[in-house]
Structures are given as C-alpha cells and as structure tokens.
Design a protein around this ligand. Sequence first.
Ligand code: FES
Length: 490
Amino acid sequence: MSHQVSVWRAAQLVGVARGVLQQRVRAGELVLSDGMVSTDALLRLYPGVQFEESGLLERVAQIRDEAFGKRVRERMLPSQEVLAQRLFAQSHELANVRKHLQRYHGLVIALQRRIRDLAAQRCGDGAWRELEQQVTRGLAQALATESVDLLEVMDDMLKVMTAQVTVRPSGHEFAVEGHADLLQSGLHAGLKLNYGCGNGSCGMCKARVIAGEVVKTRHFDYPLSEAEKAQGYTLMCCHTAASSELTLELLEAGGPLDMPEQHIVTRVHAVTVLAPDTRLLHLQTPRSHRLRFLAGQSVSLGWTMPGQDAHAAYPLASCPCDDRNLHFFIERNEADTLARHLFANDISPGTAVTVLGPTGEFVLADGHRSLVFAACDAGFAPIKSLIEHALALDAAPSLSLFWLATRSDGHFLSNQCRAWSQALDQFEYELVSHADATVGARQIAQAMRVDLFDIDCDFYLSGPPGFVSTLHGELRAVGVAAAQIFTQVL
Ligand code: FES
C-alpha cells in the first residue's frame, strides 16, 4: 500500500523546492488527497529519486564522520532526550502495526484451514476448491519479500532526525533540526512569527500545542499561568519539538504594519571592503534585544561622532532569520555622513550604532508566483534580503535576478549570485553593466521580455529613481499588472 506524505515532506524526499511541487500540483501532474501525496505518485513523477538527491545519506555520513565532531552532530541531530522520545514513538507505532499484522495473519490462516476443510467435505463443489486456491495464492504473495518503498524509509528516517511543525490557522509548515528551538526554526523557514526578547522573558512568542509534544531547551522567566499551561501554551523561544510531528496554534504577523517600532543600541561587529566603493557594515544587537523585521525593510542608523550626532535610513541586506546580525551595504558618498566616516575608517568594531525601525513596505507578497528581482548597484541590499527570505520560504517555483552595475565594481557580490545559482535549480541571474541607470533599466526590461514574459511573475525593483521608474514603465507597457510590481527607491 502506498505511503502518504505532506507536500512539504515530499519536497524534502525528492530534493526539490516546495514551490516546484506545488506548481506540479496546480498543473494536475500530482494529485493531492486530503493535502497528502502518495509516495507511488511521487516516484512516478521522480522515478530516478535516490537517497543522495534528498541529501539524507550525506547527512547521515556527516553525522557518522568523527572528524565533524560534536558541534556538527549537535547541529544536525536533536538532543538524546528528544531522539529517545521520537524513537520510542516510532517503536510504539511499529509494535502496534506488528501486533495487528500477527492478528490478521492468524485470522487468514484460520480461514484458510476452514475453507480447506469445506473444500474436502464438498469435493464436488469447485467453488470451494477455487476459493481455497485463491486464499493460498494471496497468502503466498503477502508473505513474499518485496522491495521496500524507498521514500517511506526516507520519511521514517527524517521523522527521527527532523521534526515537522504545522502552524494553525495559516497551514504553514517548518522543520526543526538539531538543537534549534521552535522560534529559531520558524524564523529560518521564513515565517513572520510574533516574538520579542527571544530569551523567555516577554511571553510574546506564546503558542498553543494542538498535537504532539514539546520539550524545554532553556530556562525561562516568563510566568505562564496555570490556565495557559492547562490549555497547552508554550514559549517557542524556550522549547523544541519532542515528537516527530507537532501542530501549533499561533498568530503570525500579516505585514509591515504588525512590526513594532524598536530602538536598539547595537555595536559594529565588522566593516568589510566589498569593492573599492562599497563597504559591508555588520552590526550586532545585544543577545537579549534583537531586531524583528521583515525582509526588504529599512532602519534608521544613528551614531555619535565628535561634535555631531548623525542618522540616516538604510535598507537591511540580511535575512530576518538572523535577527542579531544586521548587514548594510554602504556606498562611497561624500554627501552621506555615515558613508564619509566609514570610508575614512572613523567607524570601527565596537562603535555604538543605534537602530530605529523597521520601516518600509517593500516586502514579499503572499502567493505562489515566480519571483523576478531587479537591482541597481547597492539597491541589491533589500533584494538580497528578499531573495534569502524567498529561499527560506521555498514557495516560489523560480527566482530570477537582474543586477545592473553603473560602475566597474558595482557587482560587488556576484560570487553570492553564482553560489545561489550553483546550489539551486530554481535560481538564475543575469549581470548587466551600463553607466546610465535608465539605459541599463531598458536593457534589463529587454532581457526580461526574452526570458520571462510568458510567466506569471511578481516583480521587485530596487535602485535609484531613474532605474526604478524606467523599469516600472517598461513592465507596465507590456501588460504587467501594477499589483505585481513592487518598488524601492533609494
Ligand atoms: S520571545 Fe520573549 S518569551 Fe519568547
């Protein structure tokens, strides 16, 4: 009998993006039954699937390899307590199945004997003889050794190593790997979870356990009331999944308006030269006060220099899943005080920088369309954040990036684009160079027309006013709906 798995798990098993499988479901190539996929149907669609493609064997080999050491095993495997609970649950399920099989086997053997007796008593009745032969043949087939369902084996193994969490009422799903807590895991999967301190003090990450079990990962001070405990409430930042499957009820942020304004004093962790005219400013928040934001948003940075206080807004270039390490791309610009001080090496590791925000509505829209990103120079910052978020969500069938450089070192992270492209089948990119941002925008529009206009896509444009308005106009002129174009003017 075919084994049933969720779309989320199916994508893990065959090693493709969830968005790709969802697209095949919408195209009618894969049929869902109660939201589940049969492993038979999956194997028909991906007949060549091997353990290697899911990355499972690699992960098992890494865990066995002593050279990787304790830290790697901790990252990949849950704690011994959690492993023991999951193995116990699987063994319990296996024991139940075995018990039922033994009972069915006993029942079939008794029926076979009875039919044989009746066939012997009524030797003139061919129907009894035929029924006896049918039961004997069926029993032999059932007892014969058949090749196992490979995907079922992989699914069972993943259930021990990685828990699957389903969120109600949104239906979102995410995986919990290693020692990660529920909050970290949900953020890494791109979910817009509600939270505050991240360390068990504020209670904002409260969620109700509907099914499955959780286990505490760290001490927390927030006092859950007796009524909340009785209803199954838990703190996501201080618990992980103990069972292989967990269902939580919680409220997720809907959009930028749900992001609270935050004021955080961070420290400069590093200033890295990305190109002669571009620096990466890496700020780190205190452990107990991290920045909650959505990919694509900006913040205001404030700092004190001898004789002056300065502040300016910058888009975040990093992913909300790492809410402690905040990245910004700063271009050389004499009119920009922060840039001037940064390029004069006045801002060094340890400097205090206040972060106020987040602001901005240049965030990913909900949906399952393919995504097209276009950036000009350091307009790549919010685009990088959006791409990382989209990759974490794993919901878009494909992602395309067009990046215009108006100066010779404008593609300062082309190695990052190459790495995405090599690692991900659904990501492709094109680098365009032209000193004039308006002409470059037209070149990008031309390249998009060649590649993408037969696809229903959402477009995200970021860069200087001339670049964004020209590209927006070109897209509208060829019939792209205004609701499918999102812009960030820098
Ligand atoms: S985020 Fe504050 S208690 Fe979990």
